[in-house]
Design a protein around this ligand. Structure first.
Ligand SMILES: Cc1cc2nc3c(=O)[nH]c(=O)nc-3n(C[C@H](O)[C@H](O)[C@H](O)COP(=O)(O)OP(=O)(O)OC[C@H]3O[C@@H](n4cnc5c(N)ncnc54)[C@H](O)[C@@H]3O)c2cc1C
Ligand SMILES: NC(=O)c1ccc[n+]([C@@H]2O[C@H](COP(=O)([O-])OP(=O)(O)OC[C@H]3O[C@@H](n4cnc5c(N)ncnc54)[C@H](O)[C@@H]3O)[C@@H](O)[C@H]2O)c1
Ligand code: SF4
Ligand code: FES
Length: 803
């Protein structure tokens, strides 16, 4: 007998997982065809939030690459929509006129975002947040516009809002209820969440009903029922989803809210199944992957003829994916007159926990601030465990035992994929797994939202003890399995000197590398071999290649260096003349005490630099940028030290140093700290006869207060300690890791230990001086290099003319 023909409509998360489950059970039974409306291989929709938030890239969220389809003999038709199901003759037809027969058909068409039918909903600048296209549109808008309004303060709306903030937009969230995420949280947690997100820069308009999206062709704002208005350049609609049932309904398959299915995911029609967000089981439609994957398992067993009890519905749990905010809920959220609750509110730590109990059984939980216990509580609800079981395990945690150690084998580690501690431990021992990625490959744990990664990592450490190499295996990008540390070790050991050579010798999966690894390798090679390595300009980001920051209209900004933020009348005259001569759009003072000439045409850049005859301020570079200073003892009556002189010395010494990310500094002459050293990568504060050096601060989206590194007496010591600290950061941080994240990761105590060691401090400073010795002023260097001038500016000129 030939293979049975199986067709999947919808190349999304639920449908393809069901196919994976089928292949696990009967790899050779079916001749499989997949139709997907979107033009990509199956990708992780969940991670779109992370893409928008800048934590990952679209190229990194593919679940199954094109090769996976080939290897499993699956015919994939991407970018092709099924338009008809002929139940009688058992074939489907697509918008491209293709006709394909089936023995079994799976409908997994997912959901459509719900767009409130407001006047103006069709205007340019209004979008949903559902797929790659929407994500790209928001990123594109953030490059051109400033103000975003997100309608809907649920999971999706808040994740979108966080992403838009990260992209530099101002964000208003308009929510209809009186507290956020009211479908997933109780009021106490919703209010704590609001406070936390407000501290991150989000603004909320609660109990607001939008009645119109204003603007001509393009959106300009929102109008509310109470008469209020706000301006907006981008409107994101995140008010829930509607199961995509049109195809099924049009072709006589029973639908209600979703496509009606039984416990075996069978629809009203023989041999036609439905799975995922489009399916309705026991009057429930689900919008999270965990239940959809459980459905996929039941479907696979049924289609493969295995005996099983079918799908019996799911207990839901949700977790918001916004960094810096931990919030989790599962099961029942609000009290009734038959529930009792355990509530713990720790105002000091900012944590809140509520557990609901009915008839001695846990029925629901809400956690804020510390969500480690989330999946454990979910397991206990699923097992219908007695509350005593939870209370006993809680006291064993107090005894110092780690969370994973105290978990039973039946407890869930990964809620999305339903993977228990027992399954993971068994796989680690049986297959010799030693990394989170390997556990993911073998068990699916951490394959979806990724929030359980730290638990998986803890479990690996707990199971393997010293054999566990936690950090080493985080690869620098998808082109290689090697981690940052491994790549640097190989560069040193094999004496590699060029990015292409690294990729070739270390067997990169892609010949050309990607936008993540190329600039990283260029940095690592230069850091390892500062005097021999020739910087590969083509591997750098565009702003670094152009030595200027590109603006939203294609012009550039030019910031000349002003050591310590001090200028003089000659330089000011030159700047004014240049601004007039090149018709600069705006002259602006920066937060780092510099003068920014905005709106310079690309082809004018070399002449602007020449006429200015000042060094580059490196405002575009992953390098030491500005040292901001307060006026200090020479003028200020509170000043105890010469902060200006100290700042100028620091800036002159470290100018042009390549670093993993930008480095900003501040020097103040008293604890009033007018140069804001508390939110700088390095903040120096002068006290009577002492200098304090603070490090790891950040005043941007990820606010972090700098921590005291050390106190020293002399200006020489200030330079020596900052030098050692910067070099240690250069040698140990990942490329694109700010000092704030790095200090947070390795701990201030560790950095102190290193820089306080006289021997290590000297060695670090020696290597730093070597790196500084090769610095060349970039504007001057470019102007003296005909080839670079031709490459970067003449070609551009030609394009500018042809436009
Ligand atoms: C930004 C974002 C973040 C999320 N975060 C989380 C999270 O943290 N945790 C969680 O559990 N869930 C999360 N979700 C929800 C989760 O992504 C969905 O529940 C899941 O993707 C649904 O899977 P599905 O296969 O049913 O639908 P989809 O993934 O939507 O797949 C359906 C596919 O079918 C295609 N299709 C539709 N009609 C046709 C047709 N006629 N012919 C061919 N193809 C068709 C669609 O184009 C689509 O590609 C998130 C969703 C979004 C948008
Ligand atoms: N971390 C996660 O698990 C995660 C993240 C993103 C998306 N998702 C899933 O994606 C789907 C879509 O998410 P969602 O947040 O859009 O759905 P949702 O139903 O969870 O939330 C929608 C929110 O919009 C609000 N709302 C409804 N009408 C409104 C109006 N007119 N004005 C203002 N607010 C209004 C509701 O009060 C509700 O809180 C859901 O299934 C969700 O579970 C999950
Ligand atoms: S930090 Fe102190 S010394 Fe410096 S300007 Fe402010 S008040 Fe004056
Ligand atoms: S909990 Fe989402 S991937 Fe594990």
């Amino acid at each position: 007998m030939g293979k049975q023909k199986l067709i999947l409509i919808g190349n999304g998360m639920a449908g393809v997982r069901a196919i994976e489950e089928i292949l696990k059970l009967l790899p050779d039974q079916f001749d499989i065809t997949v139709f997907g409306k979107e033009p990509y291989p199956n990708y992780n929709r969940i991670q779109l939030s992370k893409v928008l938030q800048g934590d990952t890239e679209i190229s990194d969220i593919t679940i199954n690459e094109w090769e996976w389809y080939e290897e499993n003999n699956i015919r994939l038709y991407p970018g092709e929509t099924v338009t008809t199901i002929n139940k009688k003759e058992k074939f489907v037809e697509t918008d491209k006129g293709r006709k394909e027969e089936y023995d079994y058909l799976i409908i997994a068409t997912g959901s459509n975002p719900f767009m409130i039918p407001l006047p103006g909903v069709d205007k340019e600048g209004v979008t949903a947040f559902r797929d790659i296209k929407d994500c790209e549109k928001m990123i594109e808008y953030s490059n051109k516009y400033k103000r975003a309004a997100v309608i809907g303060g649920g999971l999706l709306g808040l994740e979108a809002a966080r992403g838009l903030l990260n992209l530099g937009m101002e964000v208003d969230v308009i929510h209809i209820s009186d507290y956020l995420m009211e479908r997933q949280l109780d009021k106490a947690a919703g209010k704590l969440l609001q406070k936390e997100l407000e501290a991150q820069g989000m603004k909320f308009l609660l109990e607001k009903e939008t009645v119109e999206i204003t603007g001509k062709n393009r959106v300009t704002g929102l109008k509310f029922k109470d008469g209020g208005k706000i301006p907006a350049d981008l409107v994101v609609m995140a008010v829930g989803i509607k199961p995509n049932v049109q195809l099924a309904a049009d072709n006589g398959i029973e639908v209600n809210r979703g496509i009606v299915v039984n416990d075996y995911m069978e629809t009203s029609e023989a041999n036609i199944f439905a799975v995922g967000e489009c399916a309705e089981h026991d009057q429930m439609v689900y919008g999270l992957v965990a239940p959809l994957y459980e459905q996929g398992q039941a479907l696979a067993k049924r289609i493969c003829g295995m005996n099983h009890q079918g799908y019996k519905g799911s207990v839901l749990s949700t977790q918001l994916k916004v960094s810096g905010v931990d919030v989790f809920s599962t099961g029942q959220i609000n009290e009734t007159n038959v529930t009792k609750s355990i509530k713990v509110f720790d105002e000091w730590r900012g944590t809140y926990k509520k557990i609901l109990v009915e008839d001695e059984k846990i029925t629901g939980a809400v956690l804020f601030g510390d969500t480690q216990e989330g999946n454990r509580l979910l397991s206990l609800i699923k097992q219908k465990a007695n509350i005593e079981e939870y209370l006993e395990s809680e006291s064993s945690e107090d005894s110092g035992e780690s969370l994973v150690a105290s978990m039973s084998d039946e407890e869930l580690i990964c809620g999305c994929n339903g993977v228990t501690k027992g399954t993971i431990v068994e796989a680690i021992n049986a297959k010799g797994l030693s990394t989170v990625d390997e556990v993911k490959g073998a068990t699916n744990a951490s394959r979806s939202c990724g929030t359980c990664k730290s638990l998986v990592s803890d479990l690996l450490e707990h199971t393997l003890g010293d054999a566990f190499e936690a950090d080493q295996k985080e690869s620098i990008c998808t082109c290689t399995e090697l981690s940052r540390d491994e790549v640097i070790a190989e560069i040193k050991e094999k004496g590699l000197t060029h990015t292409r050579e690294v990729m070739h010798v270390l067997e990169w999966k892609t010949e050309e590398g990607c936008s993540k690894c190329k600039p990283a390798l260029n940095y690592y090679l230069g850091m390892v071999n500062p005097t021999e390595y020739e910087d590969e300009k083509e591997s750098r980001f565009v702003n670094e290649r152009m030595h200027a920051n590109i603006q939203n209209n294609g012009t550039y900004s030019v910031v000349p260096r002003m050591y310590g933020g001090v200028t003089n009348s000659d330089d000011l005259r030159k700047i004014a003349d240049v601004a007039d001569k090149y018709e600069v759009g705006m002259i602006k003072l920066t937060g780092g005490q510099r003068i920014d000439l905005l709106g310079v045409k690309k082809e004018d850049l070399p002449s602007v630099w020449k006429d200015l005859d000042m060094p580059s301020g490196h405002a575009y570079a992953k390098s030491v940028r500005t040292v901001k200073t307060c006026v200090g003892a020479n003028f200020c009556r509170f000043g105890t030290q010469d902060s200006v002189g100290m700042g100028i010395q620091i800036e002159k010494k470290f100018e042009g140093l390549n670093t993993p990310h930008k480095v900003k500094m501040g020097v103040s002459a008293c604890p009033r700290n007018c140069a804001e050293g508390g939110v700088k990568d390095v903040g120096v504060i002068g006290l009577d006869g002492t200098w304090e050096i603070h490090v790891g601060g950040n005043g941007g989206t990820e606010l972090r207060q700098a921590e005291l590194l050390t106190k020293v007496k002399t200006e020489e010591e200030v330079l020596e300690y900052i030098g050692a600290y910067l070099q240690y950061y250069r040698e140990n941080a990942k490329y694109l890791e700010r000092t704030s994240a790095w200090v947070e990761r390795v701990g201030i105590a560790h950095v102190q230990e290193v820089v306080e060691d006289q021997f290590l401090r000297n060695e670090l400073n020696e290597r730093l001086d070597e790196a500084l010795s090769v610095y060349k002023e970039p504007w001057n260097e470019t102007n003296n290099d005909e080839t670079v001038l031709k490459d970067l500016f003449e070609k551009v000129h030609a394009t500018a003319i042809s436009k």
